[in-house]
Design a protein around this ligand. Structure first.
Ligand code: SF4
Length: 475
């Protein structure tokens, strides 16, 4: 599909979760919440609902609006007061219905359902160990590994079984888990992926990957679920405890690329952080130029920040085509070089004869960046200066973001000067890791709340495992 081709040179979001407890419109609220989280995954969506006697649900491939219609939502609404939901992005080859979450498990002890945002680094080892003990897996998802670990626990209560499972897993996990008696929100000790708690007017609690989903359902933000925390929401209210010592390492790319600009993560506005990255980027790498343009969408706010710092005009010199179909015809090899023109169009009179600074959120493989530069040169740009709002991405992510392999990452294989020549630009500069952290944490006067920057530095917050035993779906 052409969309896959066009997106093959970008970082991929990997899943969003939502949950609501004790609300008569739980299914509908979850449907709205998932729509607000659609940017975190477009390949499949699911909602599991329940009450104190059973859980049931619906999962399907595609966008939330493809997966659900008024009939399915009505069927989920009748008799349910609790719900969890999930949107997912799949790695190539793994986009099958069996991998769509939330997973629903029925055993002689009752029902439970799990939805996961993140990626386990020891899922392969746990899967083999569980299979050796007789577990049969339906999917390639590491979320099913978590489900089996909960199911296999010998502990007496739901929360003890969940804690028993999570002490065995390593990596990134922001989980919502629904049982017949409670909704659980769990975040790994590093807090890689965001998870926020909100409250509806009637007192019902809501959890969501991002605060933008709380806004959409009319919930008031209460607080973020903290690294190493497990929250239980039941008819007894909200109980919280820590299952591990917090070692905060929030994914820096959430601020730069993944999260919606209207979301707030760890008290930092994504919009403001992104704009400040542009200000920092200009201060780090100024250049004589006539106009700044951002590659839509996530480059646009960075461009705005660069404009504030430089006092140069910021223009929409690139226009994104939002209507490329999800199943557009397979392009021939000859057409592939032109495919970027379907996605991005140049406003020629903004570019022609100008010294242009173009800023994108990141450079992954570099193929799209190179094509954007060609578009600008073909439109008559006198000079093209490329800026990346992310530092050079030199290492893969093991925590739920599809960054390509080390061999495919341009910055892993070339110096900045070699990349400049490859991309055919007059100058090339990246935001430094230090400036990125400053931009995110400036509200705290530079005091770090803890960011993961492993894809830039290679310093991974967790232990890593040999992940080649079996193929695992990330989420
Ligand atoms: S390695 Fe990079 S993409 Fe992955 S969690 Fe860390 S900062 Fe985010």
């Amino acid at each position: 599909m052409i969309k896959e081709f066009l997106n093959s040179d970008t970082l991929k979001e990997e899943c969003g979760v939502f949950g609501v407890y004790n609300h008569q419109d739980a299914a509908t609220l979850t449907y709205y919440g998932l729509n607000a989280l659609q940017h975190r995954g477009q390949e499949g969506a699911g909602i599991i609902v329940g009450n104190d006697s059973k859980l049931w649900g619906h999962r399907a491939l595609g966008l939330v609006t493809d997966a659900f219609n008024s009939n399915t939502i009505q069927q989920l609404s009748i008799g349910s007061i609790n719900a969890i939901g999930h949107v997912r992005y799949s790695t190539s080859g793994g986009n099958f219905l069996v991998n769509v979450q939330p997973f629903l498990i029925k055993s002689n002890e009752g029902y439970f359902s799990v939805a996961h945002n993140g990626n386990l680094v020891n899922a392969d080892q746990l899967r083999v160990s569980l299979e050796n003990k007789g577990s049969i897996f339906q999917s390639t998802s590491d979320t099913e590994v978590i489900s089996h670990l909960i199911r296999h626990s010998k502990e007496a209560t739901d929360i003890l079984q969940i804690k028993d499972a999570i002490k065995q897993i390593v990596g990134a996990f922001s989980l919502v888990i629904l049982t017949q008696k409670a909704l659980y929100a769990v975040v790994d000790e590093y807090g890689f992926r965001p998870l926020s708690l909100g409250q509806m007017e009637n007192g019902s609690y809501v959890v969501a990957s991002e605060t933008c989903a709380l806004d959409v359902v009319g919930a008031t933000f209460v607080r973020d679920i903290k690294p190493g925390e497990i929250v239980e929401i039941s008819n007894n209210g909200l109980q919280s405890e820590f299952f591990a010592e917090p070692k905060p390492a929030k994914c820096s790319m959430e601020y730069l690329y993944f999260a919606q600009p209207n979301s707030v993560i760890d008290d930092v506005s994504v919009y403001t952080a992104r704009r400040r990255m542009g200000e920092q980027l200009w201060m780090d790498a100024p250049v004589d130029a006539d106009v700044i343009i951002g590659v839509p969408e996530s480059g646009s706010l960075v461009a705005m920040g660069m404009g504030r710092a430089s006092r140069l005009p910021v223009e929409r010199g690139l226009i994104k085509n939002r209507y490329i179909g999800r199943s557009f015809i397979q392009p021939t090899q000859e057409l592939r070089d032109q495919a970027v023109r379907l996605k991005l169009s140049v406003v020629k009179h903004i570019i022609e004869g100008k010294r242009v600074v173009v800023v994108d959120d990141s450079i992954v493989r570099g193929t799209t960046s190179k094509k954007i530069v060609k578009l600008l040169r073909d439109a008559g740009a006198k000079e093209v200066h490329f800026r990346s709002a992310a530092p050079p991405i030199m290492n893969p992510c093991f925590y739920g973001i599809d960054t390509s392999t080390k061999e495919e990452l341009l910055a892993s294989n070339m110096s900045v000067e070699e990349m400049r020549v490859y991309m055919n630009v007059d100058s090339l500069a990246f935001l430094s890791v230090e400036s990125m952290i400053t931009a995110i944490s400036r509200d705290y006067e530079g005091e770090l709340k803890g960011q993961c920057v492993a894809c830039f530095t290679g310093k991974y917050p967790t232990q890593l495992f040999d992940n080649k035993l079996v193929f695992q779906e990330k989420c």
